[in-house]
Write a protein that binds this ligand. Structure first.
Ligand SMILES: *Cc1c(COP(=O)(O)O)cnc(C)c1O
Length: 227
């Protein structure tokens, strides 16, 4: 199937639900992104800053770009003028840096806290306790130019469906708890980003409302070192 067909069938699959589709376009050339764009897709996710900046420059300006990979604090300045959402906030230091550059650009930048749920030691993210500690801190309360919209998580890369399901269940439960404790009055805390090509159906079953799909839309990627 073509990229356009993939987009259409995914839109159909999620029609009538509250699930948003983020097209993960890392490593793919702009021409392929344009195929998705022409099929109506406007939300794109990238995991490397330089690639994201280049694509933002060349592609239509009504695209909303999400950063989904680990972000180094010294690179925040490059994306701060235009990024729609940073899904991969994994430290207070990074959140403060995003806030600083958002302020310089006279913007409020939407963020998700990336929560560590996988049984792997290669993934970034905050532990449940660390996330709570961050949300309770005075440093966080002082940040005026970021807005936490929800949580993001990456499940273990495994064929064990029960394990993936359990990890997503835990994240959904945590999301509900965080919402009740810290964001009860903020309707903008509304995004639970979980699910990739291999496991998005399980993620939706467990309450995800944003799935990040790469290979399902664009086909397999050639592996690169920092993927
Ligand atoms: C690459 C990536 C995805 C998409 O992966 P697919 O398996 O191709 O759907 C989703 N989320 C994150 C954080 C990624 O880095």
């Amino acid at each position: 199937m073509s990229i356009a067909d993939n987009i259409k069938s995914l839109k159909k699959e999620t029609e009538g639900t509250n699930v948003t589709l983020l097209a993960v376009s890392k490593t793919k050339p702009a021409a392929e992104l344009m195929e998705a764009y022409d099929a109506g897709q406007r939300l794109f996710g990238e995991n490397m800053v330089q690639e994201l900046v280049e694509k933002h420059e060349t592609m239509p300006k009504d695209i909303e770009w999400h950063l989904i990979g680990h972000l180094q604090t010294n690179k925040v300045k490059y994306i701060a003028p235009f990024i729609s959402m940073v899904q991969s906030v994994d430290s207070m230091k990074l959140l403060q840096e995003i806030n600083k550059h958002a302020e310089k650009n006279k913007r409020i930048i939407d963020c998700l806290l990336q929560i560590y749920i996988a049984d792997e030691d290669t993934k970034y993210g905050l532990g449940f306790d660390e996330a709570i500690e961050l949300l309770r801190s005075e440093e966080y309360a002082a940040l005026k130019n970021i807005r936490i919209r929800g949580l993001m998580g990456i499940a273990t890369n495994t064929d064990n469906e029960k394990q993936i399901k359990d990890e997503y269940y835990e994240l959904k439960t945590f999301f509900d708890g965080v919402k009740a404790s810290f964001f009860r009055k903020e309707v903008s805390f509304d995004t639970l980003s979980m699910g990739m090509s291999a496991d998005y159906k399980l993620a939706i079953e467990q309450g995800s409302n944003m799935v990040r799909l790469g290979s399902t839309i664009f086909g397999a990627r050639v592996t690169r070192l920092r993927d």
